[in-house]
Design a protein around this ligand. Structure first.
Ligand SMILES: C[S@@+](CC[C@H](N)C(=O)[O-])C[C@H]1O[C@@H](n2cnc3c(N)ncnc32)[C@H](O)[C@@H]1O
Length: 243
């Protein structure tokens, strides 16, 4: 079983620390996109967390079930009065089985990179394909690796700095792993959250989908369907299982 980085301390502060990701301008287009794709089908969220996406999606009439590694994250979700009938299976989304099949599976907010080996990412695609109905879709939202911005010899990049927070990524281009470090000033002290992520290229994800019997259906630069381009910093990719 992978290590649980989203422990009780992180889970308790997750919504407050990710407040920008709950902004209607950020979350609204994601929920619209997923609701359109789900139609009248059920949806499976991998790494459902505290229900940031699952809850508003279920409020749009989509039945949502989640797979989540961290019991404290799932407890935060269950404690929300508007969690409704959003269900959670505790387990690793590369291998865990949820009951039933789904017309849509989705993995947002860079969470594919929480699987830190290529084998685990490949397994995740296979697991998703096994959960999808024929014709069902798998959506991933993930950043495009920014190696172009690393000058020769450099291995880290600061991506957020403010008086109360400093966040930077430390790259190991040999193993395709980046370590993200977040220092937050809280209660007169700095709290540290560090975790490893396996960054992955769009083309590598397409290959994983093909290994699992799925094909790329669409790729966008964001949830509002801006065309994906060389300027895109992240992508929304949709692979489809044959009907
Ligand atoms: C960045 S949070 C995203 C949560 C939620 N999807 C959102 O958009 O707010 C990543 C979540 O994925 C969970 N997670 C990470 N690796 C996992 C794995 N292998 N299996 C299941 N859940 C995992 C973490 O515990 C955490 O709740």
């Amino acid at each position: 079983m992978p290590k649980i980085y989203f422990d009780e301390r992180i889970a308790a502060a997750y919504d407050a620390n990710s407040a920008d990701m709950f902004e209607p301008a950020v979350l609204g287009p994601a929920v619209d996109f997923l609701a359109d794709l789900a139609g009248s089908c059920s949806a499976l969220e991998l790494g459902i967390g505290t229900g940031r996406v699952a809850i508003p999606l279920s409020q749009r009439g989509v039945r949502v079930h989640g797979i989540e590694l961290s019991p404290p994250m799932a407890e935060q979700l269950r404690a929300k009065p508007d969690a409704g009938d959003v269900g959670v299976t505790i387990g690793d989304f590369a291998t865990a089985q949820a009951e039933g099949t789904f017309g849509l599976a989705y993995l947002v907010y860079n969470t594919i990179t929480n699987l830190t080996t290529q084998d685990e990412q490949v397994e995740c695609f296979r697991n998703v394909a096994a959960h999808l109905d024929p014709g069902g879709c798998f959506v991933i939202e993930v950043f495009v690796p920014i190696l172009q911005r690393l000058p020769p010899g450099e291995d880290f990049r600061v991506f957020h700095r403010s008086p109360t927070r400093v966040s930077f990524d430390e790259y190991d281009v040999v193993t395709q792993i980046l370590y993200s470090h977040h220092y937050r000033f809280h209660d007169d002290t700095y709290e540290l959250f560090s975790a490893p992520y396996r960054y992955v290229w769009p083309s590598e994800l397409d290959l994983m989908a093909r290994l699992a019997g799925m094909r790329l259906r669409e790729r966008w630069g964001d949830w509002t369907r801006t065309p994906f381009s060389s300027e895109s910093t992240s992508h929304i990719s949709v692979w489809q299982k044959p009907a």
